[in-house]
Every structure is written in structure tokens, then in C-alpha cells.
Ligand binder design. Structure first.
Ligand code: ADP
Length: 187
């Protein structure tokens, strides 16, 4: 199996690149942000709990997120591989993911980190706010999301670097240019 973590700060282009990777490599997408937004929309118990946390730009608890991934993996069936988008976002989530994948006799193949400067992230997310109206794309919440990324999430790249699985990409340029670099890594 080809199991990828698509990694980077909010606004780095994970969602956009995921769609292209799925199409070319036939992988299955697991986006924890999309799953959470669906739960919020359907006003499930989890959605009601996550709504305020997300609107503040904070992270939902590891316990909840790990449980969510465990369920998703159980539902997967026979797939070529998975793109994890937005997960793991903390070191405990990364450790839990590695342990879960072991139960399926598979592992993370590579973590691809999209590097984008902070001022560019802010511009992209404020622009997305106008286009899509996502409730967490406002200036205060974006600042918090970037802070959470630095404080808790950046360590995930170090964790996989120690395992020799980190690949870094400069995430500024055209969508195609960036996708070409990702494709070279995956091919
Ligand atoms: P972003 O564009 O900020 O990368 P996502 O769509 O991946 O956004 O996630 C949106 C929000 O959902 C996050 O700010 C966070 O509150 C919550 N979330 C998503 N994935 C996780 C996770 N793995 N751990 C904790 N919280 C998460």
C-alpha cells in the first residue's frame, strides 16, 4: 500500500493537492477536517462538541481524533492506499496512527510537507473566506490555527523525519508545479 500523510499549515494547499493525487494514484482520501465539518453540519454529538473548538481554531482532542481514524480504517476494505489530510496533527496522533496501521500490516510510506510562508497563508485563507465562507477562515481564528500548527503540529514532521520518511516541498507556485513535485516523489 501507498500511504501518504499530506502535511503543512492551514492554507498550504493540502486539500487541492489531495484531489489531484487521488485522481492520479487511485488513493483513498481521509480528511479529518472534512469529516468534522460533516459532523458539524449534521449536528451530531461529535459535531456539537467540535463546533466551538473549530471556530476558535483550536485542535479537537487526540482521543476523539484517534477514535475517528480507527473507525475510518475499519470501514476501508481493500484499497490501494490512503492519503491522510489533516491527520496526524500532534505527536500522540502520529504514534497512534503508526500503531493502528501495524494492525493492518501496513505503514506510512512518506510524509510530504508543503512549506508556505506565513504571510502567504494569511492571504490565501482570507481569500478563501470570501469564496467559500468557511466559518474558521477569519483573521483571529486563522492566527490561532497557525499558532496551533507551530506549537503542536510541526513536531509531527520531526517525528517522521527521524524515521527517514519526511519529504519537503516548496508550496508556493502554480498548482501544477507543486503537483509535479509531489508526483515525482510518489512515482
Ligand atoms: P486547515 O485548513 O486549518 O488545515 P482542516 O480542514 O484540516 O483545516 O481542519 C479544520 C479544523 O478541524 C482544525 O482547525 C481543527 O479544529 C479540527 N481538526 C481537523 N483535524 C484535526 C486533528 N487531526 N486533530 C485535531 N483537530 C483537528
Amino acid at each position: 500500500m501507498l500511504n501518504i500523510i499530506l502535511f503543512g499549515p492551514p492554507g498550504s494547499g493540502k486539500g487541492t493537492q489531495s484531489d489531484l493525487i487521488i485522481e492520479k494514484f487511485g488513493l483513498t482520501h481521509i480528511s479529518t477536517g472534512n469529516i468534522l465539518r460533516e459532523e458539524v453540519k449534521n449536528e451530531t454529538e461529535l459535531g456539537l462538541l467540535a463546533k466551538d473548538i473549530m471556530s476558535r481554531g483550536e485542535l479537537v482532542s487526540d482521543e476523539i481524533m484517534i477514535g475517528m481514524i480507527k473507525n475510518k480504517l475499519q470501514e476501508l476494505g481493500d484499497v490501494k492506499g490512503v492519503i491522510f489530510d489533516g491527520f496526524p496533527r500532534t505527536k500522540p496522533q502520529a504514534e497512534a496512527l503508526d500503531n493502528l496501521l501495524k494492525e493492518y500490516n501496513t505503514e506510512i510510506s512518506v510524509l510530504i510537507s508543503l512549506e508556505v510562508p506565513e504571510d502567504e497563508l494569511m492571504i490565501r485563507l482570507l481569500n478563501r473566506a470570501k469564496l467559500e465562507g468557511r466559518s474558521d477562515d477569519n483573521e483571529d481564528t486563522i492566527k490561532n490555527r497557525i499558532q496551533e500548527y507551530k506549537n503542536k503540529t510541526a513536531a509531527v514532521a520531526d517525528y517522521y523525519e527521524e524515521k527517514g520518511k519526511l519529504k519537503t516541498i516548496h508550496g508556493v507556485g502554480s498548482i501544477d508545479e507543486i503537483f509535479t513535485q509531489i508526483s515525482e516523489i510518489l512515482s
